[in-house]
Design a binder for this molecule. Sequence first.
Ligand code: GAR
Length: 200
Amino acid sequence: MVTKIAVLVSGGGTNLQAILDAEKSGIITSGKVSLVVSNKEGAYALERAKNHSVETLVLSKAEYPTNADFEKKLIEELERREIGLIVLAGFMKILSADFTSRYPERIINVHPALIPSFCGEGFYGLKVHEAALSYGVKVTGATVHFVNEIPDGGRIIAQKAVYIEDGDTPEILQKRVMEEAEWKILPLAVEKVSKEIAEK
Ligand code: GAR
């Protein structure tokens, strides 16, 4: 059996692209991306999904103004398609405890730092790299972890370190962390967890 995967996105979708490429190249064989959900209309990640003939869905703030509305609709759509694994790939919304407790060890997230550093509420996207540079750490990286009720607090699945270099800006560092860590460990983690779910 192949695990049906939904990827939740909000922006550019380079991590989604890494997953889709890994499916194509045979790195991911135990799971299949069946749905891409964006909470933002016009997110470029939606184009990436369409280019790979993956079904897309937009649950915008205008249509689903509260978190509860959003999550109710999301659950409906996930259950209708019998999704087995939910991947947060640049998804910039915190899911409620109600939602996460429904899917124990069935939601994974990629975070652009070495958890427990520079993580939790308020640490997302470029802000994470700004914080790492302003603290002055010499090593950062990325983490893939299960999602529970604590933001960035679930069990760690994979991590990869990335060195900070002289002259790094948040943008330069973000790109290096993506290239050297996120795009590598996320597809591998997706395969590992999809396989475990498929074998259950
Ligand atoms: C990635 O760096 C991802 O790790 C981060 O946002 C970026 C999204 O890029 N996610 C978070 O900060 C979540 N806390 P992408 O849309 O190109 O994959």
